[in-house]
Design a protein around this ligand. Structure first.
Ligand code: NDP
Length: 249
């Protein structure tokens, strides 16, 4: 394999039916990887991602899976193995928010966010490590957020889940580094997605004041960072959190 080619690589991306996950699936496929991505509630979005990948000359399969469900995640990894016989790159991108000030936040809103974001990431890391340990090569890349280090009112559940993901990333990196597997997190700041397109002009202006580069980031800018971490060029980077936030934190 040439230094920057993903031609023989198989990548699994969770939450590829829209937003950042779609961008990551597209980027890895464009780089030559065979991509499997998961979705939970939007088969239409998943089909759109699959079509975009095919149109750009890539190869992709969409599979339904709730990352919070360990058995479902085991089934997802088994499907990848059956289809491709290997699993090299895993991107834990699926994530949710249930924002509310803590006094008004329902305990279920805390539990759901932890179950999807943190436990979901743990579920897939645990399951995907088996084939990676056998192959003595692997890339685990977990999506965190600038909120893990900054905090944000109304996001105690989300911030805790992302802080947990960063701590998990550092610990796993130490567990599996000797077997040729790197584990890193990418922490985006504010990215142009459906979510941030809905922000009021006032909130947007307040945000822009805090971003050194004076603009929101693009999905592609996050996706290219993930691609770098998945490449041979990032072979000596592990246990790190890479911030993609335009100089915000
Ligand atoms: P979106 O809300 O646009 O997309 C979320 C994706 O996750 C969807 O594909 C959704 O699938 C999937 N998903 C949600 N819950 C589950 C679940 N239980 N099991 C499997 N898949 C699930 O999110 P973004 O693209 O904005 O964010 C992607 C990641 O980046 C998240 O981890 C987020 O926390 C992080 N991030 C985003 C930022 C931003 O500015 N947008 C900033 C910092 C971090 P479906 O559509 O099928 O339900």
């Amino acid at each position: 394999m040439s230094l920057d080619s993903f031609a023989d690589r198989v990548a699994l991306v969770t939450g590829g039916s829209r937003g950042i996950g779609r961008g990551i699936a597209l980027e890895l496929a464009r780089s030559g990887a065979a991509v499997v991505f998961s979705y939970r509630t939007s088969p239409e979005g998943a089909e759109q991602t699959r079509k975009e990948i095919e149109q750009s000359g890539g190869q992709a399969t969409a599979l339904e899976c709730d990352v919070a469900d360990l058995e479902a995640v085991q089934g997802l990894v088994a499907s990848v193995q059956e289809r491709h016989g290997r699993l090299d790159i895993v991107v834990n991108n699926a994530g949710i928010t249930r924002d509310q000030l803590i006094a008004r936040m329902k305990p279920e809103d805390f539990d759901d966010v932890i179950a999807t974001n943190l436990r979901g990431t743990w579920n897939l890391c645990r399951t995907a490590l088996r084939p990676m340990l056998r192959a003595r090569w692997g890339r685990l890349i977990n999506l965190s957020s600038v909120i893990a280090s900054m905090g944000n009112p109304g996001q105690s559940n989300y911030a805790a889940s992302k802080g947990g993901i960063e701590a998990l990333t550092r610990s796993l990196a130490q567990e599996v580094g000797s077997r040729g597997i790197t584990v890193n997190a990418v922490a985006p700041g504010f990215i142009e997605t459906e979510m941030t397109r809905g922000l009021s002009d006032e909130v947007r202006a307040g945000l822009l004041d805090r971003i050194a580069l004076g603009r929101l980031g693009s999905v592609e800018e996050v996706a290219r960072t993930v691609r770098f971490l998945a490449s041979e060029d990032a072979a000596y980077i592990s246990g790190q959190v890479i911030h993609v936030n335009g100089g915000m934190a």
